[in-house]
Ligand binder design. Structure first.
Ligand code: FES
Ligand code: MG
Length: 569
C-alpha cells in the first residue's frame, strides 16, 4: 500500500489541498495521485561522463512505472564522476549518500529507482537505501563498449596508462595519441574493465538490489533500455508487496556480494564500500570476513585488469547470473532479491555460461582463491589489503629496508631523484595518504617505481601506504593501512632504513623496530595540520572513520554500532 504518498495526497485539509494543487499543475491528474509515487533518482550530469545517457534510460524507467500503475517523479542528487572531481571522489561519496537518503525521506516517495554507474555513485546509493529503507532498486548505467583500435580491444582506463607512457617515451606521436583517445572511450557508459564501477554494479546485483542481468549489459545496447523498463515495472511491485532494502540486504546477502567480488577479481575499493553499506544496516563487517571468503572462493572471471576480457564479453557469456549459477553451491540461496524471489529461485531459470573461457567453471578456475588478502602486524594493527594475484612471485615473502615519503607531495618531489638511496629490495613507504591524511584517501597507492630502477629493469617493488588504489592497478601494493599515519598509526613512525617484513602466506606485515624505540618516536610525533578549516572538508576530516571501518561518517551509523566501533577505533 502506498502509505506515504497517500498521507500527502489523500487528506482533505489545507496541506492535502496544496499537495494536490501543486502536483496537478505539473500535468498529473486526480487518477495519478492515487497511484504509488515512484521517485527516479537521475544522476545525469555533463560533469559525469559515465552518466551521460541517463536521461534516455529514465524515459524507459518511467514507461515501466506507468505500465505497472505507478506515478513516476524524477529528481536529481549530486553526481560524482572519477575523471574530474578533485581531490578525489571519495571525499564526496558520503555527501552523495546523505543527499540521496534525505531526498528519499523528505518527499512523498513510496519507492525509488536509483540510477548509478561511476565508481562512488552505486555505493553511495546503496548506503542511502540501507538508511532510508524505503523500497528501492538500483539501475546501473552499464559499461562502455570495448574500445577498438587497429584490431585491438581496449579498456578504460587500463590502456590509458600505456598510451600516455609510450607518448612520453617518444614512441607515439601527438596524432597517434589523439587517435587512441578517440578509440578507448567510444560510447556512453562506465569503465568496461572489472574496475570499481563494474565491481559495484556486480555487487548491486549479487546483493539482490538490482534485477538479474543488469550489471553487464553495455550502456548503448537496446537491452539496457529493456532492463530500464523492467526496473520501472518491478519497483511498483516492490511497493505493493512492501519489500524494503533491509529485507534484502541481510548479512547473508553481504556475504554473497563479497563472494561474487572475490570470484570476479573485483576492486579493493569494494571492501571499503561494503563495510560502509554493512554499517548503515547495523552490521559489523570485519576484514577477516573478506579474508575468509576470499580464501574459500575460486577466482573464475577472466576480465581485465586481472584477466583477458572485458564487460562486453562478460555480458555475452551470461553476465552476473551465469557467474552466480557457477558459484551457487557457495552462495546463500535463500536471500530475497528485488525480483521478489530468492537467489535460488532466480537461478532456477537456468542462467548458463556461454563462454567458459570468460566465466571459468569451478573445476577449472583461474586461481583457487580470490584476489584480495588481509594483512596484519604491528605496522597495520587494524589491517591492510593486498591484491595477491597481482604481486610478483619473488615479492610474496620479502624483507627490506624502508624508503619513506612523508606525504604525496614529498613522494612527487623525490621519487625520481637520481640521488635517492633505493634499490630493488627497498620497501617504498608513503605516509599521510589516508582518509584524513591526503585527504579522503586518493587512489595513489600505486607508488611509482623510481626512474633509475625502471631503467635497470625493475618492474615491481613492495610498496606500502594508507591510500587506495584504482581497480586497474598491478604490483606488490599494500594499501588501506589502518590506522592511517595522520591519526598516529604505526605507519607514522616508520623511518628510512627500518626493516619491514611482508609474508603474504602468513598474512603478516611487520615493522622490525623495538617497542621502546617506537614509544620514543611516538612521543615526538604530532598530527599534521588538517587540509580544511571550514565547510564540508572540515566535517569530513572530523567525522570520517578509518579505512577498515568503511570511511563513513560516524554519525551516519546506527547509534549502537557507532559506539561499539568508536570504542575500537
Ligand atoms: Fe566512471 Fe571509470 S570514470 S567508471
Ligand atoms: Mg576507478
Amino acid at each position: 500500500m502506498a502509505v506515504k504518498s497517500e498521507s500527502y495526497f489523500g487528506e482533505k485539509d489545507l496541506w492535502g489541498f496544496i499537495h494536490r494543487s501543486f502536483t496537478k499543475s505539473m500535468g498529473y491528474t486526480e487518477d495519478d495521485l492515487r497511484k504509488p509515487v515512484i521517485g527516479i533518482c537521475n544522476t545525469f550530469s555533463e560533469l559525469n561522463k559515465c552518466h551521460s545517457h541517463f536521461n534516455e534510460l529514465v524515459d524507459y524507467v518511467k514507461r515501466g512505472v506507468w505500465q505497472a500503475g505507478g506515478m513516476p517523479m524524477e529528481f536529481p542528487t549530486i553526481s560524482i564522476g572519477e575523471p574530474y572531481v578533485k581531490p578525489t571522489t571519495m571525499l564526496l561519496r558520503n555527501l552523495m549518500a546523505m543527499d540521496t537518503e534525505e531526498m528519499m525521506k523528505a518527499h512523498p516517495i513510496d519507492g525509488v529507482v536509483l540510477l548509478g554507474g561511476c565508481d562512488k555513485t552505486v555505493p553511495a546509493q546503496l548506503m542511502a537505501a540501507a538508511s532510508a529503507n524505503i523500497p528501492a532498486i538500483v539501475l546501473t548505467g552499464g559499461p562502455m563498449l570495448n574500445g577498438r583500435l587497429q584490431g585491438r580491444s581496449l579498456g578504460a582506463c587500463t590502456d590509458c596508462y600505456g598510451f600516455t607512457l609510450e607518448h612520453k617515451a617518444g614512441n607515439l606521436s601527438d596524432e597517434e595519441l589523439a587517435t587512441a583517445e578517440n578509440s578507448v572511450c567510444r560510447s556512453d557508459g562506465h569503465c568496461m574493465v572489472m574496475g570499481t564501477a563494474s565491481t559495484m554494479a556486480s555487487i548491486a546485483e549479487a546483493i539482490g538490489m538490482a534485477l538479474p542481468g543488469c550489471a553487464a549489459i553495455p550502456a548503448p545496447d537496446s537491452r539496457r533500455r529493456h532492463m530500464s523498463e523492467a526496473t520501472g515495472k518491478q519497483i511498483v511491485e516492490l511497493v505493493r508487496r512492501n519489500i524494503r532494502p533491509r529485507d534484502i540486504m541481510t548479512m547473508d546477502a553481504l556475504e554473497n556480494a563479497i563472494r561474487i567480488t572475490m570470484a570476479s577479481g573485483g576492486s579493493t575499493n569494494a571492501i571499503i564500500h561494503l563495510v560502509a553499506i554493512a554499517g548503515r544496516l547495523g552490521f559489523k563487517l570485519p576484514l577477516e570476513t573478506f579474508d575468509r571468503i576470499s580464501a574459500e572462493t575460486p577466482f573464475l572471471l577472466n576480465l581485465r585488469p586481472s584477466g583477458k576480457y572485458q564487460m562486453e564479453e562478460y555480458f555475452e557469456a551470461g553476465g552476473v547470473p551465469a557467474l552466480m549459477k557457477e558459484l551457487e553451491p557457495l552462495l546463500h540461496g535463500d536471500c530475497l532479491t528485488v525480483t521478489g524471489k530468492t537467489i535460488k529461485e532466480n537461478l532456477a531459470s537456468e542462467p548458463r555460461t556461454w563462454n567458459p573461457d570468460v566465466i571459468r567453471p569451478m573445476i577449472d578456475p583461474l586461481d583457487s582463491q580470490g584476489g584480495i588478502a588481509v594483512l596484519k602486524g604491528n605496522l597495520a594493527p587494524n589491517g591492510a589489503l593486498i591484491k595477491q594475484t597481482a604481486v610478483s612471485p619473488h615479492l610474496k615473502k620479502h624483507r627490506g629496508k624502508a624508503v619513506v615519503f612523508e606525504s604525496p607531495e614529498d613522494l612527487a618531489a623525490r621519487i625520481d631523484d637520481p640521488d635517492l638511496e633505493v634499490d630493488a629490495s627497498s620497501v617504498l613507504v608513503l605516509k599521510n595518504a589516508g582518509p584524513k591524511g591526503a585527504p579522503a584517501m586518493p587512489e595513489i597507492g600505486q607508488i611509482p617505481i623510481p626512474a633509475k630502477l625502471l631503467r635497470q629493469g625493475v618492474r615491481d617493488m613492495v610498496r606500502i601506504s594508507d591510500a587506495r588504489i584504482s581497480g586497474t592497478s598491478y604490483g606488490a601494493l599494500i594499501v588501506h593501512v589502518s590506522p592511517e599515519a595522520a591519526v598516529g598509526g604505526t605507519l607514522a613512525l616508520v623511518e628510512t632504513g627500518d626493516e619491514i617484513e611482508l609474508d603474504i602466506a602468513a598474512k603478516r606485515l611487520q615493522l622490525h623496530v623495538s617497542v621502546e624505540e617506537l614509544a620514543d618516536r611516538r612521543s615526538g610525533w604530532s598530527a599534521p595540520k588538517p587540509h580544511y578549516d571550514r565547510g564540508y572538508g572540515l566535517l569530513f576530516h572530523e567525522r570520517v572513520l578509518q579505512a577498515h571501518l568503511g570511511c563513513d561518517f560516524d554519525f551516519l551509523l546506527p547509534p549502537d554500532l557507532r559506539e561499539e566501533l568508536l570504542r575500537e577505533e
